[in-house]
Design a protein around this ligand. Structure first.
Ligand code: ZN
Length: 342
């Protein structure tokens, strides 16, 4: 079906053709997974389609938008922010509560998980780059542990905030530009949280991280996984599916591990994301109207009510997150780690 979005070239949509090649395993055989998917934020109109790779099981959006179009898919308030000074006192209070009960423990846990896995390097201060760093809230957790932290993000105002308010050196640019923004072989760790599913070339993504890493350095990439129980449970209502067309693909665990190995990384492993992160995806799938774009990007009490309902759903999600981990299932959000050989 054709989509009449004024910001998009017509050629980018309207095709029902299959993906030419899987982003994760280069497979060329696909089955239809979900059609008629609508943007959960109602920002990009029209319906979107996902195909499933028969080789590795990863899901691919068709047609794949061009990189130049992607910026237009994001609403002004897209992710959680602590900068709510222009909002009501109630929302400011809510943002502070959400940060201390949900986001901060999650980011703390995520940083600790990576650092525990990669171990400590013996000499000097270690250097980290987070690609697609958003408001830098994860970087703060690494900085508390003595890391020299750097960030990059597509949004110039986010980068200004990092530089001016958080004193974190950050640069503006898309994923494909990172090697022009930072010197090669200069980082001990390159992280990218919930970014790979937004980029059109995953192999290129791993290659760019490789170029920025010192020998012996680690890449850590958090992605939603299509072969998880949470994905099966929600089907086409899963928040990572209704995030189309901002989500261009959703890998299977095997798919992304293979792509990571194919890029040359060793010791490739997938860990479960922090239970709060997994429960957050559960809550947004169960109560789609409880997203932060609705709450912090618009007025009124209705989004607030849905946010509270979402918080209640999160407790159910926490139960599932612990169960998946206990049973050794594919996690709803997996952290893929790989090491660049010495
Ligand atoms: Zn594949």
């Amino acid at each position: 079906m054709s989509v009449k979005h004024p910001l998009l070239p017509k050629a980018a949509y309207g095709s029902e053709s299959r993906p030419p090649k899987c982003l994760y395993c280069s497979g060329e055989s696909f089955t239809l997974l979900f059609a008629g998917i609508q943007d959960r934020l109602r920002h990009v109109p029209g319906e979107h389609t996902f195909w499933k790779c028969e080789g590795c099981g990863s899901a691919l959006l068709v047609p794949m938008p061009a990189e130049s179009e992607l910026g237009a898919f994001y609403p002004a308030v897209y992710s959680f922010t602590l900068e709510t000074q222009k909002q009501s006192q109630l929302k400011q209070l809510l943002a502070a509560v959400e940060y201390s009960l949900f986001f901060q423990p999650q980011y703390f846990g995520q940083a600790l998980q990576v650092l525990n896995h990669i171990g400590r390097r013996p000499q000097g201060q270690r250097k980290l780059l987070d690609i697609g760093c958003g408001r830098g809230l994860r970087l703060l957790e690494y900085r508390k542990r003595g890391w020299d932290v750097h960030g990059s993000d597509l949004q110039a105002d986010v980068v200004r905030y990092l530089n001016d308010e958080l004193r974190i050196p950050a640069k503006t640019g898309g994923f494909s530009e990172v090697t022009h923004l930072f010197p090669a072989a200069s980082f001990d760790l390159v992280t990218s949280y919930l970014t790979f599913e937004h980029i059109p070339d995953v192999n290129e993504g791993f290659r760019l991280c490789w170029e920025l890493l010192k020998p012996g350095g680690w890449v850590a990439v958090l992605v939603p996984l299509i072969d998880s129980a949470q994905s099966d449970f929600f089907g086409k209502s899963w928040v990572n599916i209704t995030e189309a067309p901002r989500h261009l693909s959703i890998p299977s665990q095997n798919g992304i591990e293979n792509a990571c190995r194919a890029a040359g990384y060793e010791a490739v492993k997938t860990l479960h994301d922090h239970p709060l992160g997994i429960a957050g995806a559960f809550a947004l799938s169960a109560v789609p109207a409880g997203n932060s774009t609705q709450l912090y990007g618009s007025g009124g009490l209705k989004p607030l009510l849905f946010r509270v309902l979402g918080a209640a759903a999160m407790f159910a999600g926490l139960g599932f997150a612990f169960l998946d981990r206990w049973q050794g299932q594919v996690p709803a959000h997996g952290l893929i780690l790989g090491r660049k050989p010495d």
